[in-house]
Ligand binder design. Structure first.
Ligand SMILES: [Zn+2]
Ligand SMILES: [Zn+2]
Length: 263
């Protein structure tokens, strides 16, 4: 599996202030190979159009959604993906469908294939074995269960956890014996926001450090496991190079828009 980061920012990045060539993060989203999209926020086509990869989303067959916050789920973008590919399927909590209805009306949802991914279950999503596990992160929909995803293919395992503060016990129990090769964890709050109120819904850099120290101490996951941080807030982190240096100290790497990693 290959992962391409289409966006690595939290919801405080303003797309109108994007200047090509300058440091910028779009709303967080990632593409696995060319087919499986994780989160479909409003900026993904901006990535395609401005980063010299106009066709990067043309083969997306499935999108798995972590939660219905607008930086992760945009109904108009879902329609555009479905227009590009008649076999397109949307996967996630039923809250995604409710948000879709609310925004665009029920008549438009008839064109969308939606499959609910219940928490704790593993489903074959276009050849990827995808498990949804709970995230500690709530939305305005009280019935929604935000989730993180485990994605397995060809003996390799990817964990994607944006947005999620720390790891709930159920999620830890679901991954502790997995041979995870690449773990994408969120780090909304950086060194400019230690002990921040947002740390009940998001990780700060100290939480990230503590988790990774524990993972490494007990050799959890695969021998070659790597830890990557995404969903960095514009106002809560210094520049990328400074963040990279801070994270290097505990064995993590901050992602950037356009970063490609082999899982
Ligand atoms: Zn977010
Ligand atoms: Zn969120």
């Amino acid at each position: 599996m290959k992962i391409t980061f289409l966006g690595t920012g939290a919801a405080d990045w303003d797309i109108n202030s994007y200047v090509h060539g300058e440091e910028f993060r779009r709303y967080s989203s990632a593409l696995v190979d060319t087919e499986l999209l994780i989160d479909a926020g409003p900026h993904i086509f901006h990535f395609a159009e401005n980063e010299g990869q106009p066709e990067i989303l043309s083969n997306v067959k499935n999108a798995i959604i972590t939660h219905s916050h607008w930086d992760h789920f945009n109904p108009e973008i879902i329609l555009k993906l479905a227009e590009n590919n008649p076999d397109f399927t949307l996967w996630g909590d039923a809250a995604c469908l409710r948000a879709f209805h609310k925004r665009l009306g029920e008549e438009n949802t008839s064109t969308i294939n939606f499959v609910e991914l219940p928490i704790g279950e593993t489903h074959d999503v276009g050849g990827y074995m995808v498990t949804a596990l709970p995230a500690s992160h709530i939305t305005h929909d009280p019935a929604e269960c935000s989730r993180v995803y485990l994605i397995e293919k060809d003996g390799r395992t990817l964990f994607y956890g944006c947005d999620c503060a720390w790891l709930p016990s159920e999620t830890w129990a679901g991954i502790v014996n997995k041979q995870i090769n690449l773990m994408v964890l969120e780090c909304t709050c950086g060194e400019l926001a230690i002990n921040d109120w947002r740390s009940f819904d998001h990780n700060d850099i100290k939480m990230l450090e503590n988790m990774i120290i524990v993972f490494r101490k007990y050799n959890y996951f695969a021998e070659d496991v790597r830890f990557v941080a995404s969903h960095l807030a514009r106002e809560l982190h210094p520049d990328h190079a400074t963040v990279a240096k801070a994270m290097e100290a505990f064995g993590a790497t901050p992602a950037y828009d356009g970063m490609v990693l082999e899982v």
